[in-house]
Write a protein that binds this ligand. Structure first.
Ligand code: SAM
Length: 241
């Protein structure tokens, strides 16, 4: 079922797609009058609709049913991801959205090889990838990709969550299972490093700020594998699977 995020509420039982979404619905999906489409308000309400009228600029939809999207995880998950090389962040953003992350915070740490001067265009691209992934997997909220921040700021923001996990490749004592044994809060931060990993000083700074240093097991996962594995495990532990 085609899905779009919209703003605003129905008026006289109608909702309208405009701009890029109207173009996508009409020209790409070639939706026709009477066809079904779901419009989500981004706050976990879905409007099941049928297409009423369609022009190149507008697709007017008639609301047939309104219900909770029911697709968000129980916890609010925020992924703090060190900037990886190449286009790995495209994959990480897409999978993090499918897995239920509500916010993705890219950050620059000591061992980040990729240190672009300007990141605005990259963040815009990642936000588009997040929106496409959210539509594809049926999210009830549109996840946000934030501006790139320094490691120190990422740590402080991650520490604001009730459960703040620092996935550290050199952590030998605490596994994820034991770290979550006493349960997890309604807000969970997951912090993952770049290809070169974290420095001991960064691990100490994270611990100092209150993040829990956690192992993902005895093997070293690639920086694009680790966030996917960590999110899946936290989702499972949080009763979402
Ligand atoms: N350069 C590091 C090394 O060789 O030890 C590997 C870094 S790994 C490619 C990238 C990130 O994934 C790490 O900083 C960490 O956040 C996460 N990660 C990978 N394997 C992990 C593991 N077994 N336990 C915890 N975190 C892991």
């Amino acid at each position: 079922m085609p899905r779009f995020f919209i703003t605003g509420r129905p008026e006289n039982g109608l909702l309208t797609l405009r701009g890029e979404d109207a173009h996508h619905a009409g020209r790409v999906l070639r939706l026709r009058q009477g066809e079904a489409v779901t419009l989500c308000d981004g706050e976990e309400t879905d409007y099941d609709c049928t297409v009423e009228t369609i022009t190149k600029d507008e697709v007017v939809c008639r609301v047939v049913d309104t219900h909770a999207a029911g697709t968000e995880p129980k916890q609010r998950l925020t992924l703090f991801m060190a900037l990886p090389k190449g286009d790995k962040m495209d994959l990480i953003v897409q999978k993090a959205v499918e897995l239920g992350a509500q916010e993705i915070v890219p950050y620059l740490s000591r061992n980040c090889v990729s240190r672009p001067e300007k990141t605005e265009k990259k963040v815009e691209r990642w936000q588009r990838i997040a929106a496409e992934a959210a539509k594809q997997c049926g999210r009830g909220r549109l996840p946000a990709v934030c501006a790139v921040v320094p490691f120190a700021e990422a740590v402080l923001r991650a520490a604001e969550s009730e459960t703040a996990l620092f996935f550290y490749e050199n952590e030998k004592m605490v596994g994820l299972r034991s770290a979550l044994e006493s349960g997890m809060g309604d807000t969970v931060s997951l912090m993952v490093g770049p290809e070169g990993g974290f420095t001991p000083e960064e691990a100490a700074e994270a611990e100092q700020a209150g993040l829990k240093s956690v192992s993902l097991g005895t093997r070293i996962l690639r920086c694009e594998t680790a966030p996917i594995a960590a999110l899946a495990a936290v989702l499972y532990a949080g009763g979402n699977m």
